[in-house]
Design a protein around this ligand. Structure first.
Ligand SMILES: C[S@@+](CC[C@H](N)C(=O)[O-])C[C@H]1O[C@@H](n2cnc3c(N)ncnc32)[C@H](O)[C@@H]1O
Length: 235
Protein backbone atom coordinates (compact mmCIF):
# COMPACT_ATOMS: atom_id res chain seq x y z
CA UNK A 1 0.00 0.00 0.00
CA UNK A 2 1.33 3.43 -0.95
CA UNK A 3 0.62 6.78 0.65
CA UNK A 4 1.03 10.10 -1.08
CA UNK A 5 0.58 13.81 -0.53
CA UNK A 6 -0.91 14.93 2.75
CA UNK A 7 -1.15 11.50 4.35
CA UNK A 8 2.43 10.58 3.41
CA UNK A 9 3.67 13.83 4.98
CA UNK A 10 1.81 13.01 8.19
CA UNK A 11 3.22 9.46 8.19
CA UNK A 12 6.76 10.71 7.64
CA UNK A 13 6.53 12.85 10.77
CA UNK A 14 5.68 9.88 13.01
CA UNK A 15 8.70 8.75 15.06
CA UNK A 16 9.43 5.06 15.73
CA UNK A 17 6.80 4.17 18.31
CA UNK A 18 5.77 1.23 20.47
CA UNK A 19 2.10 2.08 20.04
CA UNK A 20 0.43 4.89 18.14
CA UNK A 21 -3.17 6.01 18.47
CA UNK A 22 -4.68 7.30 15.23
CA UNK A 23 -7.69 9.37 16.32
CA UNK A 24 -10.35 9.71 13.62
CA UNK A 25 -8.67 7.09 11.46
CA UNK A 26 -11.53 6.73 8.92
CA UNK A 27 -9.98 4.61 6.08
CA UNK A 28 -7.13 3.44 8.37
CA UNK A 29 -4.46 3.87 5.68
CA UNK A 30 -2.03 5.73 7.94
CA UNK A 31 -1.78 3.14 10.77
CA UNK A 32 -1.62 0.24 8.30
CA UNK A 33 1.28 1.94 6.49
CA UNK A 34 3.10 2.70 9.76
CA UNK A 35 2.70 -0.80 11.21
CA UNK A 36 3.63 -2.52 7.93
CA UNK A 37 6.88 -0.55 7.87
CA UNK A 38 7.63 -1.24 11.53
CA UNK A 39 7.56 2.49 12.37
CA UNK A 40 4.82 1.65 14.85
CA UNK A 41 5.03 -1.73 16.58
CA UNK A 42 1.29 -1.59 17.29
CA UNK A 43 -1.62 0.78 16.77
CA UNK A 44 -4.97 1.64 18.28
CA UNK A 45 -7.29 3.25 15.76
CA UNK A 46 -10.34 5.17 16.89
CA UNK A 47 -13.23 6.87 15.19
CA UNK A 48 -16.41 8.46 16.49
CA UNK A 49 -18.23 6.88 13.54
CA UNK A 50 -18.72 3.11 13.56
CA UNK A 51 -19.26 3.24 9.80
CA UNK A 52 -15.90 4.96 9.28
CA UNK A 53 -14.16 2.48 11.54
CA UNK A 54 -15.59 -0.40 9.47
CA UNK A 55 -13.50 0.87 6.53
CA UNK A 56 -10.36 0.74 8.70
CA UNK A 57 -11.30 -2.74 9.97
CA UNK A 58 -11.61 -4.01 6.40
CA UNK A 59 -8.20 -2.59 5.47
CA UNK A 60 -6.57 -4.02 8.61
CA UNK A 61 -8.02 -7.44 7.76
CA UNK A 62 -6.95 -7.20 4.13
CA UNK A 63 -3.36 -6.70 5.34
CA UNK A 64 -3.60 -9.42 8.01
CA UNK A 65 -2.80 -6.96 10.80
CA UNK A 66 -5.67 -7.78 13.21
CA UNK A 67 -3.23 -8.79 15.98
CA UNK A 68 -1.30 -5.49 15.73
CA UNK A 69 -3.98 -2.86 15.06
CA UNK A 70 -6.94 -2.55 17.38
CA UNK A 71 -10.03 -0.57 16.29
CA UNK A 72 -12.14 1.23 18.91
CA UNK A 73 -15.29 3.29 18.37
CA UNK A 74 -15.41 6.45 20.44
CA UNK A 75 -14.96 10.18 20.84
CA UNK A 76 -11.37 11.40 20.66
CA UNK A 77 -9.06 9.86 23.24
CA UNK A 78 -11.91 8.79 25.55
CA UNK A 79 -11.43 5.16 24.48
CA UNK A 80 -7.70 5.12 25.23
CA UNK A 81 -6.18 4.40 28.65
CA UNK A 82 -3.27 6.39 30.07
CA UNK A 83 0.04 4.73 29.22
CA UNK A 84 -1.28 2.73 26.25
CA UNK A 85 0.42 4.79 23.54
CA UNK A 86 3.60 6.80 23.14
CA UNK A 87 2.47 8.64 19.98
CA UNK A 88 -0.88 10.19 19.07
CA UNK A 89 -1.76 11.13 15.50
CA UNK A 90 -4.76 13.36 14.78
CA UNK A 91 -5.06 14.35 11.14
CA UNK A 92 -7.66 15.62 8.73
CA UNK A 93 -9.79 17.40 11.36
CA UNK A 94 -10.29 21.05 12.26
CA UNK A 95 -7.74 22.66 14.60
CA UNK A 96 -10.36 23.41 17.22
CA UNK A 97 -11.56 19.81 17.29
CA UNK A 98 -7.95 18.61 17.64
CA UNK A 99 -7.49 21.09 20.51
CA UNK A 100 -10.65 19.81 22.24
CA UNK A 101 -9.63 16.17 21.83
CA UNK A 102 -6.28 16.89 23.52
CA UNK A 103 -7.82 19.16 26.15
CA UNK A 104 -10.48 16.60 27.15
CA UNK A 105 -8.05 13.78 27.90
CA UNK A 106 -5.30 15.14 30.17
CA UNK A 107 -4.54 11.77 31.79
CA UNK A 108 -3.99 10.20 28.40
CA UNK A 109 -2.01 13.07 26.88
CA UNK A 110 0.25 13.25 29.98
CA UNK A 111 1.55 9.77 29.21
CA UNK A 112 2.11 10.40 25.49
CA UNK A 113 5.50 11.56 24.20
CA UNK A 114 4.77 12.78 20.68
CA UNK A 115 1.71 14.29 18.98
CA UNK A 116 1.56 14.46 15.20
CA UNK A 117 -1.20 16.86 14.23
CA UNK A 118 -2.53 17.88 10.85
CA UNK A 119 -5.29 20.46 11.24
CA UNK A 120 -7.34 21.33 8.14
CA UNK A 121 -8.19 24.83 9.42
CA UNK A 122 -7.59 27.07 12.45
CA UNK A 123 -3.94 26.06 12.42
CA UNK A 124 -2.90 29.30 14.14
CA UNK A 125 -5.37 28.81 16.98
CA UNK A 126 -4.15 25.25 17.50
CA UNK A 127 -0.49 26.38 17.61
CA UNK A 128 -1.36 29.11 20.11
CA UNK A 129 -3.28 26.70 22.31
CA UNK A 130 -0.44 24.15 22.23
CA UNK A 131 2.21 26.69 23.19
CA UNK A 132 0.01 28.14 25.97
CA UNK A 133 -0.85 24.68 27.30
CA UNK A 134 2.56 23.17 28.03
CA UNK A 135 3.44 21.85 24.59
CA UNK A 136 6.35 22.75 22.35
CA UNK A 137 6.07 22.44 18.59
CA UNK A 138 9.30 20.64 17.77
CA UNK A 139 8.86 20.10 14.04
CA UNK A 140 6.59 21.12 11.18
CA UNK A 141 6.25 20.49 7.49
CA UNK A 142 4.21 21.74 4.57
CA UNK A 143 2.74 19.75 1.75
CA UNK A 144 0.79 20.92 -1.27
CA UNK A 145 -1.87 18.95 -3.06
CA UNK A 146 -3.23 20.74 -6.10
CA UNK A 147 -4.02 24.28 -4.90
CA UNK A 148 -4.14 23.51 -1.21
CA UNK A 149 -1.42 23.63 1.43
CA UNK A 150 -1.49 21.31 4.42
CA UNK A 151 0.43 21.92 7.65
CA UNK A 152 1.76 19.02 9.72
CA UNK A 153 2.97 19.71 13.27
CA UNK A 154 4.86 17.59 15.78
CA UNK A 155 4.38 18.58 19.41
CA UNK A 156 5.81 17.29 22.67
CA UNK A 157 5.38 18.32 26.27
CA UNK A 158 7.63 21.28 26.96
CA UNK A 159 8.03 25.03 26.92
CA UNK A 160 8.23 27.20 23.84
CA UNK A 161 8.61 30.94 23.69
CA UNK A 162 6.87 32.49 20.70
CA UNK A 163 7.91 36.11 20.29
CA UNK A 164 5.35 37.28 17.71
CA UNK A 165 1.76 36.33 16.90
CA UNK A 166 2.63 35.88 13.22
CA UNK A 167 4.55 32.73 14.17
CA UNK A 168 1.27 31.10 15.10
CA UNK A 169 0.01 31.67 11.54
CA UNK A 170 3.28 30.79 9.86
CA UNK A 171 4.71 28.08 12.07
CA UNK A 172 8.05 29.13 13.55
CA UNK A 173 9.58 25.71 12.84
CA UNK A 174 8.70 26.08 9.14
CA UNK A 175 10.82 29.24 9.09
CA UNK A 176 13.63 27.77 11.17
CA UNK A 177 14.00 24.68 9.03
CA UNK A 178 13.44 26.63 5.80
CA UNK A 179 10.64 24.39 4.58
CA UNK A 180 10.96 24.12 0.77
CA UNK A 181 7.34 25.25 0.33
CA UNK A 182 7.53 28.15 2.79
CA UNK A 183 7.82 30.99 0.27
CA UNK A 184 4.90 29.69 -1.80
CA UNK A 185 2.91 29.15 1.37
CA UNK A 186 3.41 32.75 2.52
CA UNK A 187 2.61 34.01 -1.00
CA UNK A 188 -0.63 32.02 -0.84
CA UNK A 189 -1.49 33.45 2.59
CA UNK A 190 -0.73 37.01 1.44
CA UNK A 191 -2.89 36.63 -1.69
CA UNK A 192 -5.75 35.15 0.31
CA UNK A 193 -5.61 37.86 2.98
CA UNK A 194 -5.40 40.64 0.35
CA UNK A 195 -8.46 39.17 -1.43
CA UNK A 196 -10.48 39.13 1.82
CA UNK A 197 -9.47 42.75 2.54
CA UNK A 198 -10.59 43.76 -0.94
CA UNK A 199 -13.89 41.96 -0.51
CA UNK A 200 -14.54 43.57 2.90
CA UNK A 201 -13.53 47.02 1.64
CA UNK A 202 -16.08 46.78 -1.12
CA UNK A 203 -18.80 46.31 1.55
CA UNK A 204 -17.72 49.43 3.47
CA UNK A 205 -19.63 48.76 6.71
CA UNK A 206 -18.19 49.93 10.09
CA UNK A 207 -17.88 46.30 11.19
CA UNK A 208 -15.75 45.55 8.15
CA UNK A 209 -13.49 48.51 8.98
CA UNK A 210 -12.47 46.85 12.26
CA UNK A 211 -11.96 43.53 10.52
CA UNK A 212 -9.99 45.16 7.71
CA UNK A 213 -7.58 46.86 10.12
CA UNK A 214 -6.75 43.54 11.78
CA UNK A 215 -6.29 41.86 8.41
CA UNK A 216 -4.07 44.67 7.15
CA UNK A 217 -1.81 44.22 10.17
CA UNK A 218 -1.70 40.49 9.47
CA UNK A 219 -0.80 41.14 5.83
CA UNK A 220 2.02 43.46 6.90
CA UNK A 221 3.35 40.76 9.22
CA UNK A 222 3.21 38.16 6.44
CA UNK A 223 5.07 40.56 4.12
CA UNK A 224 7.75 41.12 6.74
CA UNK A 225 8.29 37.38 7.27
CA UNK A 226 8.29 36.88 3.48
CA UNK A 227 10.95 39.55 2.97
CA UNK A 228 13.06 38.06 5.72
CA UNK A 229 12.75 34.53 4.28
CA UNK A 230 13.59 35.80 0.77
CA UNK A 231 16.61 37.70 2.09
CA UNK A 232 17.86 34.61 3.93
CA UNK A 233 17.48 32.62 0.70
CA UNK A 234 19.87 34.97 -1.07
CA UNK A 235 22.58 34.76 1.61
C1 LIG B 1 -11.67 13.68 7.26
S1 LIG B 1 -11.52 12.22 8.18
C2 LIG B 1 -9.78 12.13 8.37
C3 LIG B 1 -9.30 10.72 8.24
C4 LIG B 1 -7.81 10.51 8.43
N1 LIG B 1 -7.41 10.80 9.78
C5 LIG B 1 -7.00 11.35 7.46
O1 LIG B 1 -6.25 12.21 7.88
O2 LIG B 1 -7.15 11.14 6.23
C6 LIG B 1 -12.06 12.66 9.81
C7 LIG B 1 -12.47 11.46 10.63
O3 LIG B 1 -12.54 11.86 11.99
C8 LIG B 1 -13.64 11.27 12.60
N2 LIG B 1 -13.98 12.07 13.78
C9 LIG B 1 -14.60 13.28 13.82
N3 LIG B 1 -14.71 13.71 15.09
C10 LIG B 1 -14.13 12.75 15.87
C11 LIG B 1 -13.95 12.61 17.26
N4 LIG B 1 -14.35 13.55 18.12
N5 LIG B 1 -13.33 11.51 17.72
C12 LIG B 1 -12.91 10.55 16.86
N6 LIG B 1 -13.08 10.62 15.53
C13 LIG B 1 -13.68 11.72 15.04
C14 LIG B 1 -14.70 11.24 11.49
O4 LIG B 1 -15.68 10.27 11.74
C15 LIG B 1 -13.84 10.92 10.27
O5 LIG B 1 -13.77 9.53 10.05
Amino acid sequence: MRLKGRLLSVAEMVPPSKCIVDVGTDHGRLPVWLVKRGIAERAIVTDISAASLKKAEALIKAHGLESLIEPRVGDGLSVVYPGEADTVVISGMGGLLIRDILKNAPQVTDSVKTFVLQPMRNQGLLRKWLVNSGYAIVDESLVREKDKFYEVMVAQHGKQHITRDVYYDIGYMLIQKKDPLLKEFIEYKMAKTAAIIEQLESKGTPYSKKGIDGLKRKLEDYREVYQWVTRCDRL
